[in-house]
Design a protein around this ligand. Sequence first.
Ligand code: SAH
Length: 373
Amino acid sequence: MSALGERLREMIASDGPMPVEQFMMLALSHPTLGYYATRDPLGAAGDFTTSPEISQMFGELLGLWAAETWMQMGSPPCVHLVELGPGRGTLMADALRAARVCPPFLDTLQVHLVETSPVLIERQRATLADAGASPEWHADIDTLPPGPAIFLANEFFDALPVRQFVRTEQGWCERLVGLDAEHRLTFGISPAPEPQLATPAPVGAMLEIGAIAYRTTIKIASRIRREGGAALFIDYGHTRSGFGETLQAMSRHRRVDPLAEPGEADLTTHVDFDALKRAARATGAHVAGPITQAQLLKSLGIDQRAGSLKRNASPQQAQDIDAALQRLTSTDPEPGLGERPAPGMGELFKAMAILHPQLEGSPGFPPLHGAQA
Ligand code: SAH
């Protein structure tokens, strides 16, 4: 059992079972023993790989999206470019390089990185050392300075803790992490149902509520509504709210038991884009999408970008570019990391944009329809 696992067992033995949300929060973000506090989890030698780590094309296209969004905003003289959960800083480095096609945008922007992991902050500092950006780091979005802002977030929302509820004969009972007879971590449910939850569902159904993601979206969307700007969220998730468990733990590119080694495996859930869309619209902001990652990258021009990179590439590099293009946009089922095949990244990942109402659409997204708010 991991050091954090031991700590959790002591906490539960003294205070009783804890909600899944608190378990996720501690497993991911405990200041000394949490998963993100202690390592760089990305890449082939880590636990999982993300789109910007697969290919420079991903960050480049998002950089062009940001530059075009800034022009649609009327090219304000000052703009904040904010990335949430920037990992190794690769997406931002690629985005800034691509944005060189629009020098006035680069001249006006201030980069902000919202990150809690000290290990990844150091990694981001090194990656961006020569990007000419002088980024500012923030532990959360509350300390961002006022003014128009463009937000980017890839695989950020999936890392935010969720509450889980299980439908019983009595109602919706919160899922908890407790101890079994051998003192091992185990899932259970609260004895009393949650009186506020009344959604009908068959006994055994699971409901996940991403309250932190919802609140974060409300904050970002209200800020965009008030001060101008836009946000682009990309993550794996679903476009319609529904039932079912999506909590998963990843270690060394394999799925593992989420309770086996807390603090040693990445924990994520699928993002409920339907809920985030409702949150954003409730503030009066407009929303484009969600659409699939494949749709977004294709309409932002990933095929053309791959073509131009291949013109200066060796045969081996050209093969790698094609493989990355295929991986980022594939909609075919892949063998899957767990027991069953999963849809390709192009289909599993969704993209959604939050827009100030003055913006009439968003690059790469279909036109907005009718009244939005
Ligand atoms: N966007 C990157 C990394 C994704 S991993 C990429 O696509 O490669 C998730 C990122 O979110 C990590 O940088 C992690 O440290 C950060 N993170 C997780 N929870 C966070 C929180 N509550 N606040 C800020 N950053 C967080």
